[in-house]
Design a protein around this ligand. Structure first.
Ligand code: BG6
Length: 486
């Protein structure tokens, strides 16, 4: 990637969790590893009464926690800290923006990034105030953190108000899953190799499983989470984006819009859910007290900030279908949940069994399988059947293992490192275009509506398990099972 030019990066929500845990540590890493950082300027903005020195203290302590010891050194930190400034601004107060104008007067010819890591309800007012203060230049970009709305209607309102100030080419809707190395590797796997494409369709693929399982609970974000739930927090964005990359047609080149056009076609091919489909093809769950790695944890309803009667789902499993030529009748199973047995994000592609088995052990379940592991231990495994040594001609699955950590000794970039550099470099490939977001909401909204109409509580599951038993039943009904080992 080209070395980013000189830039001003302004974080709204500069003292928030995301900025301190992810964005500033990511910038520290890129700063440390970049040759020329003379043109970098990072400005944290929030309502908190701090000066730059106080802000740096806060940033310093968070960096120490979120940067591995081996990557932290005092000289690099000091050099990075010299690029960071702070302004106390209330994003909703137009008058406060004069402070930002004063700081940026001399830099209209530099890339200017406004990163809105605030509640989406503030996006319109911040963008309006930026425009009114004359701060939006042709080289400006705005970064919008998810969740972008609660449904299509609210997402449309946000997009329209931001779109009134910024052109679509200036809007970077972030989904950090797209910044993960293995997700980009999926693009490489599919489009830089010739061996997979002939197999990548309904004639060879039996089913696809996408699992995004977390061991953490709501981590002090109860207020936010209870409003959104797993479907909106994880499926609408991360899981659907993975599905798009997995299922899209080969684009004719890697220009952002070529790729995003193909992803959009996948979203539009998703078969809409009727209320009956929602009943038979989705499962929602909510965790109860249990144990994670032997440590007792409370149930969702006992978490801080969660109303006792909450019916918000912390787990979703569903079966999606794509109504297009390539994927007709191939089920795509998606499941995601908090407080699950393991932390694992992976995509499993199960290929069809041989049409006629002649060897013992070659039953219909032991099929060839490609497992793309996003985390932890990023890598790709290809399961094949091989003969067990000995006199008998028996086969059993073994795997070819490509461990990215071992193969490429270099440190793995965090998703935000990649995405921030893409914003600064103006590369929109890994960001969601408005029509993609709209299509995703259009598919998600009826699921929510049907759940609300059914007025059934989510199914309970014990923390530290793989979710409600109905999740297994969902897939067993199709004669299949979730792959939980790899
Ligand atoms: C975020 C969700 O987008 O992704 C969180 O809001 C979730 O609820 C997180 O924990 C998971 O990200 P990762 O990178 O840890 O898999």
């Amino acid at each position: 990637m080209a070395q980013p030019q000189s830039f001003d990066l302004i974080f709204f929500g500069g003292t928030g969790d995301l900025a301190l845990r992810k964005l500033l540590p990511a910038l520290y890493h890129r700063h440390r590893d970049s040759k020329d950082t003379s043109g970098w300027r990072i400005i944290g903005v929030s309502r908190q009464a701090l000066d730059t020195a106080g802000y740096l203290q806060l940033v310093d302590s968070s960096c120490r926690e979120f940067i591995a010891d081996k990557d932290y050194d005092e000289a690099s930190w000091q050099a990075f800290a010299r690029c960071v400034e702070y302004l106390q601004i209330d994003g909703t107060q137009a008058a406060d923006y004069s402070k930002l104008s004063a700081l940026l007067t001399d830099s209209t010819d530099r890339v200017r990034v406004f990163y809105l890591s605030t509640a989406a309800s503030l996006f319109a007012s911040i963008c309006g105030n930026l425009a009114q203060a004359g701060l939006v230049t042709p080289l400006s970009r705005v970064v919008l953190e998810k969740p972008l709305g609660l449904d299509l209607q609210s997402a449309t309102q946000i997009n329209e108000s931001v779109g009134a100030i910024f052109e679509e080419r200036q809007i970077f809707r972030i989904d950090h899953y797209l910044g993960k190395e293995t997700v980009q590797n999926l693009i490489a796997l599919r489009f830089a190799n010739s061996i997979f494409e002939p197999l990548w369709h309904r004639a060879s693929v039996r089913d696809v499983q996408i699992t995004l399982a977390e061991q953490v609970g709501v981590e002090g974000r109860g207020g936010y989470y209870d409003h959104y739930g797993a479907l909106r927090d994880m499926v609408q964005n991360h899981a659907l984006q993975l599905l798009c990359i997995l299922a899209m047609e080969p684009p004719s080149n890697n220009n952002p819009d070529e790729i995003r056009d193909e992803k959009l076609k996948v979203l539009r091919a998703l078969r809409p859910f009727t209320p009956d489909d929602v009943r038979s093809r989705t499962v929602r769950g909510q965790y109860r007290a249990g144990a994670i790695d032997g440590k007792a944890v409370v149930g969702y309803l006992e978490e801080e900030g969660i109303p006792e009667s909450s019916t918000t789902e912390t787990f979703v499993a569903l079966r999606a279908n794509l109504d297009n030529w390539r994927w007709a009748r191939v089920p795509f199973y998606i499941r995601t949940g908090k407080r699950m047995q393991d932390r694992v994000s992976e995509i499993v592609i199960n290929f069809r069994a041989v049409p006629h088995a002649i060897l013992p052990g070659n039953d219909n379940d032991d099929v060839n399988r490609l497992v793309i592991r996003l985390q932890p231990d990023e890598g790709i495994k290809l399961f094949v059947l091989a003969k067990v040594p000995g006199a008998d001609m028996r086969v059993r699955p073994v795997h070819l293992n490509l461990d990215f950590g071992q193969t490429f000794k270099a440190r793995q970039w965090d998703a935000y490192e990649r995405l921030l550099m893409d914003v600064i470099g103006g590369n929109l490939t890994l960001f969601m275009r408005r029509d993609e977001l709209d299509a995703a909401w259009r598919w998600i909204d009826p699921i929510h509506a049907a759940w609300a109409a059914q007025a059934e509580a989510p199914r309970p599951y014990t923390a530290g398990t793989w979710g409600p038993t109905a999740s297994s039943a969902l897939i067993v009904r199709d004669g299949l099972s979730w792959r939980e080992e790899s």
